[in-house]
Design a protein around this ligand. Structure first.
Ligand code: ZN
Length: 313
């Protein structure tokens, strides 16, 4: 094993880059803007320039580098091919081949951003020490990553681990971002919590601090829940029941050792984790109830960690 690895987490506005020792220590991290002009055709040049600059600055040669892992917000198929990244303007980009050519032949591995975040949490975060992991990221939407035997389940079409689009409610009338109706993401994301809150607050309910808010946020709901607000508890109960049920569907197939919850909504911390675990255990298949629950610990750095883990496999 060589001494260093780079992790590059490409987002729609910035690329986060990390220089790591392959033992797991993050030595340096920084960001560069993502240039999405000309169908994103400058992105890999910009990344290569940033990596070379850092190598020169730290006197690191190509021979010292185990590889470069890169996470992208889109579907990744076998052999390092990115089919579509809407946010980057990419269509059919052979990322591994192109970036490797720009980096003097250093090995490059590409993965979907939600999947590499799960891999990062497995390597150095909330799921450290485990090899069978389900990670769910609760942000604006619901992202997912499944690790089996230490490896990402990418699937035949790059859609492995799309936990957010499991159909929870076939009677839903609102449309999900994916064009279908009743997806988990419509209830268990930050926007989903707000939707559930509006529904509960529109019904008859006990006086709540949430009544005074003009625009209720997911954070307001969880803060009120922690303060013992009974209406907030009802909203969180609905949120947790749906997420717990969704996860019980996933674990029937995957049977993981641990379920890791990350993303902005997970900042609500242990009370959220406890509510979801309780709801999950009510619905889970008998032996799958033993799955552990943990909060993600790497925050926005999970992606760069996971990218490096990609090149250590
Ligand atoms: Zn959907």
């Amino acid at each position: 094993m060589r001494k260093y690895g780079f992790g590059v987490d490409v987002g729609g506005t910035t690329c986060k880059i990390g220089l790591f020792e392959t033992t797991g220590e993050l030595l340096d991290k920084w960001e560069i803007p993502t240039d999405t002009s000309d169908s994103g055709s400058h992105i890999l040049d910009d990344v290569a320039a940033a990596l070379k600059k850092k190598m020169a600055e730290k006197s690191i040669s190509a021979e010292d580098i185990q590889g470069i892992g890169i996470g992208v917000p889109g579907s990744v198929r076998g052999s390092g091919f990115v089919n579509v990244c809407v946010n980057l303007g990419w269509k059919n980009v052979p990322v591994e081949e192109e970036l490797s050519a720009k980096m003097d032949g250093i090995t490059v591995k590409v993965g979907n951003d939600a999947n590499v975040a799960a891999l990062g949490e497995m390597w150095q975060g909330g799921a450290k020490g485990y090899k069978d992991v389900v990670m769910v990221t609760l942000g604006t939407g619901v992202g997912g990553g499944i690790i089996i035997g230490g490896k990402i389940l990418a699937g035949a079409h790059g859609a492995g681990g799309e936990i957010g689009h499991i159909t929870m409610n076939p009677h839903e009338t609102d449309v999900c971002g994916c064009g279908r109706k009743g997806c988990l993401e419509q209830y268990s994301s930050a926007t989903g919590v707000v939707r559930l809150a509006k529904q509960v607050l529109a019904e008859k309910h006990e006086a709540s601090v949430l009544d005074d808010r003009t625009e209720v946020t997911a954070k307001d709901v969880f803060d009120a829940y922690k303060d013992g607000d009974s209406t907030a508890a009802k909203i969180v109960g609905k949120f947790a029941a749906l997420l717990g049920r969704g996860l019980s569907v996933v674990t029937c197939v995957v049977d993981p050792e641990i379920i890791v919850i990350g993303g902005g909504v997970s900042k609500a911390g242990q009370p959220l984790l406890d509510a979801v675990q309780k709801a999950y255990e009510k619905e889970a298949f008998s032996v799958c109830k033993e799955a552990k629950f943990a909060l993600a610990t790497l925050g926005n750095d999970a992606g760069i960690y996971g990218c490096v883990q990609l090149v250590l496999e």
